[in-house]
Design a protein around this ligand. Structure first.
Ligand code: SF4
Length: 355
């Protein structure tokens, strides 16, 4: 029988398992604390659990800690990229980003990606397999443990916590819907990693059935949609998935999500010089989104070897932003570019073995 990966189960599922083992479910709280607050690396460290429970855990479960094959730091010290090993020998990349006073974990949901966005290194790799919920959760634990290890002795636990998780690493999260939703349930548990609705961002290329399912299930999270173009023809050239899920269907699904949850949507726009960054493009996206609960995140393109587009210079990005704000009253940000020197920026993750 395949051992149960402890990161694969919710607290409720763990409680049920203890019941099946005829062990008092009261111990689930301490076990959960070992997994997600103390973040121990083995069952041997769970010394306060009853010996009978520890024996069961040793015999019938595994702690799916992901070993780091490679760790790379950006020159500015704000970004660290981990190449993490999976049990089948595959690898994924996970990124820790430090902004003022908070740490964000950017995690992967698949090995590779089937969506094939032209400017994305993961898309250029193709698709290998989905990650399990436990493999997604384990990435957050890995980042969290790294933060704790790096903190000076005596740092309060609260200030070493991972504050935000973004599902923007390798893979399309809505293509791996069930595992991703289960992982989110585990991440949100308020006695563990305690990442609330506004702390988890799910980024999708525009998988319409997945967005409609999020709406129907009223999933509370920060939904980020990679738009990149405001006409069907231009979008389909950058994002092949747009041929399957056209722009009008995508916008209808986004409206459904906002109506069902009352939440605004973050539209991601990779600014590519000469391709989608002119005032006319700004007005097109402004007209598309005006009056909807939206924020546009402008991200000057990050370089990848398989695509020769260039990032929009900062003054043109600011001009784009001014049009959105002054002519369409649309909030927007120009994203800080982080970790570009170590291939850890948006669209750059691709399981590199060397820095
Ligand atoms: S941008 Fe996202 S959806 Fe597109 S290929 Fe890359 S990982 Fe996949």
């Amino acid at each position: 029988m395949t051992p149960l990966n402890l990161y694969d189960v919710s607290r409720e599922q763990l409680r049920e398992r203890l019941g099946e083992w005829d062990i008092n479910p009261i111990h689930v709280g301490k076990l959960w604390n070992y997994l997600y607050v103390r973040q121990v690396a083995s069952v041997d460290e769970m010394s306060e659990l009853p010996p009978r429970l520890r024996a069961r855990l040793r015999d019938e479960t595994t702690l799916g800690v992901l070993p780091a094959a490679l760790t790379t730091d950006s020159a500015d010290g704000f970004t660290r990229k981990f190449l993490l090993g999976l049990t089948d020998g595959r690898r994924v990349e996970t990124v820790k980003m430090r902004f003022t006073g908070r740490v964000t974990a950017c995690v992967s949901s698949q090995v590779g990606c089937a969506m094939g966005c032209v400017f994305c290194a993961t898309g250029q790799m193709g698709f290998t397999r989905h990650l399990t919920a436990g493999e997604i959760v384990a990435q957050v634990v890995h980042v969290s443990r790294a933060v704790k290890l790096a903190a000076p002795a005596g740092t309060p636990v609260a200030s070493t916590r991972v504050r935000n998780v973004v599902l923007m690493g390798m893979g399309e999260p809505l293509h791996n819907y069930d595992a991703v939703m289960h992982a989110i349930e585990i991440l949100r548990d308020n006695t563990g990693l305690a990442l609330g609705a506004d702390r988890i961002t799910l980024s999708t290329v525009g998988v319409v059935p997945g967005i409609l399912r999020l709406a129907a299930e009223q999933r509370m999270l920060r939904l980020a949609v990679s738009l990149h173009a405001a006409t069907q023809a231009e979008r389909a050239a950058l994002v092949p998935a747009a041929r399957k899920w056209p722009l009008d269907e995508l916008m209808a699904a986004c409206r459904a999500y906002s109506e069902a949850t009352g939440r605004r949507i973050f539209y991601e726009w990779a600014l590519i010089a000469g391709a989608n960054d002119t005032p006319a493009h700004a007005r097109a996206v402004g007209a598309l989104l005006a009056g909807t609960p939206a924020q546009v995140n402008l991200i000057p393109l990050n370089p990848t070897v398989g695509y020769d587009g260039a990032p929009t210079p900062v003054p043109a990005a600011r001009a784009f932003q001014r049009i959105l704000s002054e002519e369409f009253n649309l909030p927007s940000t120009v994203r800080q570019r982080r970790g570009i020197d170590i291939g850890a920026g948006c669209g750059q993750l691709a399981v590199t073995e060397r820095a």
